[in-house]
Design a protein around this ligand. Structure first.
Ligand code: GLN
Length: 536
């Protein structure tokens, strides 16, 4: 029978529920349990696909093409197992399901209400992954902070779920903050007490409290929290600020969070967790023997969460190369023909980021021209790849005003364009190519050498494609289409001959980089940047 763990948050947002959930899952997995994590978000958007990355950070795409919360990226990076559409549910999706059923007449004339209809639908979704039989333990992270109006139906659903599951089958971990008051020189437990009181008001007694803190919490504080919040002393878990998120599983291991959870769920502790590979990764991450500076050219650089998976991919690939990757954010809007050289000086590699819309487009083109002409390693992802095709068209093939039809619908040379069969779909989001697609790599290409194989599958999130009517001209001039979708002939990878590393990918490799499997294209891009740094 599947056991359920719910993770709620109190006091403030941004305490790192996602990382705590992923770390606990990692420990349970390392003990031999099959674990998955799902996130329930209280906002009304059906999914995060249409959310501005400035507001909500990156949109993470799963194998089955769901546009999801970026926490799912953490789950995959920690666990090295794929998530799916079922792993991320929003209030909007819950209401949509209920309202659709109401229109179908499924409620037989009854009044449709938050309790029981919305809470029932939430509980049904909480069980979906558990009922597949693929998991021993399902961890459900509840977005938002307890006490928010919009989280209420979720909290009520957790209460009911726990009661129905019975003792030992479901538990609640509440993540709170123990602030340090500098003036008093003290850690304060009151906000935690209040937050637990609020949960109690909703009928939930948390089983475990994970306390975020900047200073160690001593035994007296632990006793105080235990006494005032009705939990065992070993259920008060300290979560110190860490220098990297990848330390958190080891910190939780030290606090025995995994053992406490297993005992409460009446599960055997099995083996001590096998974390050899994880520790090996941490060792490399913390003891780099070299350093490279890589420019990240993008439109949303003010909010690094917008490029979360890319940043994490650099951390994985850096550790693999025993090399510290310093990422320098370069706002594409500020790049011009005149200043590109200055802004990119001193970089050992340049990554041009994914994105949508015209803003910053010309700046990206300038950056690419500079790195192409100066043999600086280049990696273009999605829009970044499309920009490299436009740049090459304009400056090498002399296709005047070549562009993507996304940026200029009237361009005389639509080298990047929407495919005919997509044009009829009007719904925003509906036209998008989403999720995993296969790709064949050309033998001997840089991409094939990096992957060590020629059949791959990668995730997509875009509308526009390389326009194959220009394919021959590009190939003849040296920009090789080295990755092709075997089903429809669409170009997935381009790379430049006679350049140390110039690779553009139509897909999003950053979505598949994990601690256990750093992405080969990132590994090779960092290695090429390192080689460049050593020579220059
Ligand atoms: N805007 C481009 C497209 O829709 C690229 C999207 C992306 O970079 N994810 O095709």
């Amino acid at each position: 029978m599947t056991k359920y763990i719910f993770v709620t948050g109190g006091v403030t947002s941004s305490l790192g529920k996602g990382i705590i959930s992923a770390s606990l899952a990692k420990l349970l997995q390392a003990r031999g349990y099959r674990v998955t994590i799902q996130k329930f978000d209280p906002y009304i958007n059906i999914d995060p696909g249409t959310l501005n990355p400035y507001e909500h950070g990156e949109c993470y795409v799963t194998e089955d093409g769901a546009e999801t919360d970026l926490d799912l990226g953490h789950y995959e990076r920690f666990l090295n197992t794929p998530t799916s559409k079922a792993n991320n549910i929003t209030t909007g999706r819950i209401y949509q399901n209920v309202i659709n059923r109401e229109r179908e007449g499924a409620f037989l004339g009854k009044t449709v209400q938050v309790v029981p209809h919305i809470t029932d639908e939430i509980k049904r979704n909480m069980r979906i992954l558990g009922e597949t039989g693929d998991y021993d333990i399902v961890i459900t992270e509840i977005g938002g902070t307890v006490g928010d109006i919009e989280s209420l139906p979720f909290v009520e659903a957790v209460r009911q779920f726990k009661w129905e599951a019975g003792p030992g089958n479901a538990l609640v971990i509440h993540l709170t903050l123990i602030p340090f008051l500098a003036a008093a020189g003290e850690l304060k437990t009151k906000p935690t007490q209040h937050s637990v009181k609020m949960l109690l008001e909703y009928g939930i007694q948390p089983d475990i409290l994970v306390c975020r803190t900047e200073h160690h919490i001593n035994m007296d504080i632990r006793k105080k929290i235990a006494l005032f919040c009705n939990v065992n002393i070993n259920a008060v878990v300290e979560s110190m600020d860490a220098s990297t998120i990848y330390d958190v599983p080891l910190l939780m291991l030290k606090e025995q969070l995994d053992k406490t959870v297993l005992t409460k769920l009446k599960l055997s502790h099995k083996n001590e967790p096998n974390l050899d590979n994880w520790k090996d990764f941490l060792g490399r991450l913390k003891n780099p023997t070299s350093e490279v500076k890589i420019g990240l050219v993008g439109k949303y650089v003010e909010l690094p969460d917008a490029y979360k998976s890319i940043i994490e991919s650099f951390i994985h690939a850096g550790a693999k190369n025993e090399c510290k990757v310093r990422v320098q954010y370069i706002p594409s809007e500020q790049l011009t023909i005149e200043n590109a050289v200055d802004k990119l000086r001193g970089l050992h590699g340049v990554l041009v980021a994914p994105g949508f819309g015209e803003r910053g487009f010309e700046g990206k083109i300038e950056a690419i021209r500079y790195v192409r002409e100066n043999n600086i390693p280049f990696f273009g992802i999605c829009l970044g790849m499309q920009c490299s095709v436009v740049e090459f068209g304009r400056n090498v093939l002399n296709l005047k005003d070549a562009s993507s039809t996304e940026m200029n619908p009237d361009t005389p040379h639509p080298v990047i364009a929407m495919m005919e069969d997509q044009k009829n779909v009007i719904n925003k989001g509906g036209t998008m190519r989403l999720g995993a697609y296969p790709c064949d790599l050309k033998k001997g290409s840089k991409a094939a050498l990096a992957y060590g194989k020629t059949h791959i599958s990668e995730r997509h999130r875009h509308r526009y494609e390389f326009n194959n009517s220009y394919l021959k001209d590009y190939e003849a001039a040296g920009l090789t289409p080295s990755g092709i979708n075997p089903d429809n002939g669409l170009v997935e990878v381009v790379e430049l001959k006679n350049h140390p590393f110039f690779v553009g990918a139509q897909f999003h490799p950053e979505l598949k980089s994990t601690v256990a499997n750093p992405h080969p294209l990132f590994i090779n891009f960092v290695a090429a940047s390192l080689a460049y740094a050593r020579k220059n």
